[in-house]
Design a protein around this ligand. Structure first.
Ligand code: PXP
Length: 257
């Protein structure tokens, strides 16, 4: 089975734009689960531009109701680590965070010694607060970065999430996708040798997700902006249902190494 994590940050973006109580993030999480989502993903950013601290525990309750996981994306700051430990998500996806960026702009730079040490320390703090927590690292599909992941890897790390933003952009521009596919094939081999999960996220649309599914690289997709955008026209439940049905119909698990 290929899992669909629905990132509902932008439901909160709309709410924060007016400072109202609506649209409800809790209702959004329920709607996603009722229509086939396998996980809810939220990103608690240091600047709190969309998801707020109270949203994390509220969404956590919904994930408990459905017995499905909450995946919390976060940077490595002490303040966010504290909120994560208090709200006890099932997964944490560690991402680089830069206050000026419009959205996460790439994977963790584990080749930089200071960044590597920060990530290592965040993992240590999270695991000591939440021993059963599963951690994924948001990274570029790059063999040198994957060698660094190996240094941190099991049992502290359970998966990597590959940054698919450049792939998704190339797909929309109708550029050559073969270099991405070749890179994902190599990365998957390395990741499977480490016995980690291989997840994907960022910038994905229905069509660009289907093209990846057919290749059978990834076990999990975390998709947000496209789903919420499309919901304006079709409704959240209907978009999630259609996407999950397409994932089930097109998942090519035979293609996996
Ligand atoms: N995965 C990670 C690690 C992310 O940071 C994001 C954006 O918050 C997503 C997935 C979802 O990206 P998008 O909203 O572009 O689908």
């Amino acid at each position: 089975m290929v899992r669909l994590g629905v990132n509902i940050d932008h439901v909160a973006t709309i709410r924060q734009a007016r400072g109202e109580e609506y649209p409800s993030i809790v209702a959004a999480a329920r709607t996603c689960f009722m229509n086939g989502a396998d996980q809810i993903t939220i990103h608690l950013r240091e600047d709190r531009r969309h998801i707020q601290d109270t949203d994390v525990s509220a969404v956590k309750l919904v994930t408990r109701e459905f017995s499905l996981p909450l995946n919390l994306e976060m940077g490595c700051s002490d303040e966010i680590i504290k909120v994560a430990i208090e709200s006890a998500p099932d997964w944490v996806c560690l991402v680089p965070e830069n206050r000026q960026e419009r959205t996460t702009e790439g994977g963790l730079n584990l080749l930089d010694k200071m960044n590597f040490a920060r990530v290592k320390d965040a993992i240590k703090q999270l695991k000591s607060g939440l021993p059963n927590l599963k951690i994924s690292l948001f990274i570029e599909s790059n063999p040198d970065i994957l060698k660094q992941v190996k240094e941190l890897s099991a049992p502290a790390v359970s998966a990597v999430e590959i940054h698919t933003g450049d792939y998704a952009r190339a797909f929309l521009n109708e550029d050559d996708l073969q270099p991405f596919f070749a890179s994902y094939t190599r990365s998957r081999e390395m990741v499977k040798e480490m016995r980690l999960g291989f997840h994907a996220g960022h910038g994905l649309t229905y069509e660009s997700t289907l093209a990846l599914l057919k290749k059978g690289f990834f076990e999990e997709f975390n998709i947000g902006h496209w789903i919420i955008s499309e919901s304006i026209f079709q409704g959240l439940g209907s978009v999630v249902k259609k996407l999950k049905e397409a994932i089930n119909a097109n998942a090519n698990t035979n293609a996996r190494g």
